[in-house]
Design a protein around this ligand. Structure first.
Ligand code: NDP
Length: 297
């Protein structure tokens, strides 16, 4: 006898076998978990049934099958639709459906009223990154710390886990903050390709330069964080705002010369100009967060 307990993989229920739900279920099945699935369109569960999943006839039946219930549906409204008739008392509900922080908090209160523990989540991965530990994909979780601790091994099977607090809105907030930053990055990438497009420059030659530059600039987030936490926007300034705003004119003239619309650039430039006009020329751009804050306005 050894004192090493062999823990068998926990059974779980998964509601929603769309692209993401199917990828998740496959990995749990492959890891030996008993998985009960339900999907509004039953045909979409067939590939998983062939791989060993049990298909429930209704969402309520699927919820009744296991204590751990994972939901991966289109949006928050579909979560309400799917779980409307289910008995949630005593269940551990993990919502992998993308939503807003307010939706996460409201869904947590809703689940608690029904006697369930609740975790909200934000998936920082696309389906091919699920079950691929080296892909860098992971999932933010927030809400019940007890639920997270109890099920963290199971939750960690398809992708890495990052618990970001007991506030059930925090997973969505972290998720959407990262996606919002990505949106700005893609705006810049789109503008850069538009600039070179009329010329005899191969996008494939340009792409590595662009990727390396963005990678070199990314650590600037730590400088911003240091300024925000210290409350001193002049700390460690390398390129001050006065210089940056002057440089923006070159960016805009180049766009004009290349016959490229500046519409992806100008919103942030206008913000920088406003902050400069308020006397912040010796800072860099971090202080513009204050102009975005519309609380109390
Ligand atoms: P899909 O469009 O492939 O699947 C959507 C799922 O939601 C299907 O199971 C669909 O059922 C179900 N659904 C939609 N409306 C309802 C409803 N009213 N009642 C019950 N079920 C409903 O989306 P994904 O699987 O890709 O995405 C699922 C979640 O994962 C989303 O919140 C998405 O934001 C998130 N996510 C997805 C990523 C991706 O790259 N795919 C990346 C990160 C997060 P039916 O089959 O019947 O239509």
């Amino acid at each position: 006898m050894t004192d090493t307990a062999v823990v068998s993989p926990a059974p779980l229920t998964l509601l929603g076998t769309g692209a993401m739900g199917t990828a998740l279920a496959r990995v749990w099945l492959a890891a030996g978990h008993e998985v009960t699935v339900w999907n509004r369109t039953a045909a979409r569960t067939e590939p998983l049934a062939a791989e060993g999943a049990t298909v429930a006839a209704s969402a309520a039946d699927a919820v009744a099958a296991n204590r751990l219930v994972i939901v991966c549906l289109l949006d928050d409204a579909s979560v309400g639709d799917a779980l409307g008739g289910a008995e949630l008392a005593g269940r551990d509900l993990v919502n992998l459906t993308t939503g807003t922080p307010a939706e996460g908090r409201a869904r947590a209160a809703w689940a608690e009223e029904r006697g369930a523990r609740f975790l909200d989540a934000g998936i920082m991965a696309v389906p091919p990154m699920i079950g691929a530990p080296d892909s860098g994909g992971y999932v933010f979780y927030s809400g019940s710390p007890g639920l997270f601790e109890e099920h963290r091994d199971t939750l960690g099977v398809p992708a890495g886990t990052r618990f970001v607090g007991a506030d059930p809105g925090f997973a969505a907030l972290h998720d959407v903050a990262l996606l919002s930053a990505m949106s700005g990055m893609f705006a810049g990438i789109t503008h850069a390709f538009a600039l070179i497009r009329p010329e005899d420059i191969a996008p494939k030659d340009f792409a590595p330069l662009l990727a390396d530059w963005l990678t070199a600039m990314a650590p600037a987030v730590h400088q911003s964080a240091d300024q925000l936490q210290s409350g001193d926007y002049t700390r460690g300034v390398v390129s001050n705002l006065a210089m940056q705003v002057a440089g923006n004119a070159t960016l805009l003239r180049t766009a004009e010369e290349q016959r490229v619309s500046p519409e992806l650039l100008t919103p942030y430039m206008r913000l920088m100009e406003r902050w400069l006009a308020l006397g912040h020329g010796e800072e860099d751009g971090t202080g513009t967060v204050e102009l975005l804050d519309v609380r109390g306005r």
